[in-house]
Design a protein around this ligand. Structure first.
Ligand SMILES: *[C@@H]1O[C@H](CO)[C@@H](O)[C@H](O)[C@H]1NC(C)=O
Ligand SMILES: *[C@@H]1O[C@H](CO)[C@@H](O)[C@H](O)[C@H]1NC(C)=O
Length: 238
């Protein structure tokens, strides 16, 4: 082996050594447990839904139980399904279950934007509890904001939705259009579609479909726990 071949080899060894030393640094930094949990990455979970859809309500009921087990490890969001349609006067979107569904979607999106996960989730559960035909009505939204202890005007939800609860305010309508476009972009076609850490894991469309790793509460909890470990590494096990 001449010097010409030896040089790259030495460079490679030296590079490997640097990487190995570098790899120890984060380990030294995360030894304090408080800092570990503070830095923990939550698992993104997206439910592709429509606010008046029975399949969506079913998924949201299942996920209410999932959250009771792993809420601290989940960054939950709803992504709405609809069709962008410039002929729609109020929303610029056609919603499968009518304009009231578009309004319900806006109310839920505004709650998601301006309140904590616990608050907006309670708001959604409350809307569902009032029955599909009442989701999206201004009086349901105002009642449910009260139930979820959301300060309608002070939080920003009121302005986003329309202070009267109509769902037709500019900011909320824009959120709806963005959400519909995002759903299309990430391939959500059916309500309800469940996406855990970027992977579509299950659909409920009349019945459960394409749920390779199961569709019970404990199946979803298990999948979230696994993704949480992947995102945070073995250091997080304690
Ligand atoms: C677009 O909206 C108009 C007005 O509501 C409606 O008549 C039409 O069917 C909609 N088109 C689609 C593709 O949903
Ligand atoms: C409501 O929202 C609009 C548009 O997002 C904003 O221009 C306006 O200042 C807001 N009003 C209040 C009272 O927050």
């Amino acid at each position: 082996m001449g010097p010409a071949t030896l040089m790259p080899l030495l460079a490679a060894i030296s590079a490997t050594f640097t990487v190995a030393v570098g790899a120890h640094e984060p380990v030294l930094q995360v030894q304090e447990p408080a800092q570990v949990s503070y830095n923990a990455v939550k698992v993104p979970v997206i439910l592709g839904v429509m606010s008046r859809c029975p399949d969506a309500h079913l998924c949201e009921t299942v996920f209410d139980q999932v959250l009771q087990k792993v809420s601290g490890k989940v960054d939950l969001s709803l992504s709405f399904i609809g069709t962008i349609n410039a002929s729609e006067p109020d929303f610029g979107v056609t919603c499968m279950h009518g304009a009231e569904e578009c309004a319900g979607n806006v109310q839920e999106l505004c709650a998601m934007k301006y309140t904590s996960q616990n608050e907006w989730w309670e708001f959604v559960q409350c809307q569902n509890f009032h029955g599909r035909d009442n989701v999206g009505l201004p009086e349901t939204a105002l009642k449910c904001a009260n139930t979820a202890k959301i300060d309608w005007e002070g939080s920003g939800v009121g302005n986003c939705t329309g202070v009267d609860g109509s769902g037709k305010a500019e900011e909320g309508v824009k959120l709806l259009q963005e959400s519909v476009k995002t759903s299309q972009a990430i391939g959500i076609k059916k309500s309800c579609t469940i996406i855990i850490n970027g992977k579509q894991v299950c659909i409920h469309d009349g019945t459960w479909k394409d749920c390779e790793n199961g569709h019970t509460v404990s199946d979803f909890v298990k999948q979230i726990e696994e993704e949480y470990q992947k995102l945070n590494g073995d250091d997080m096990e304690a």
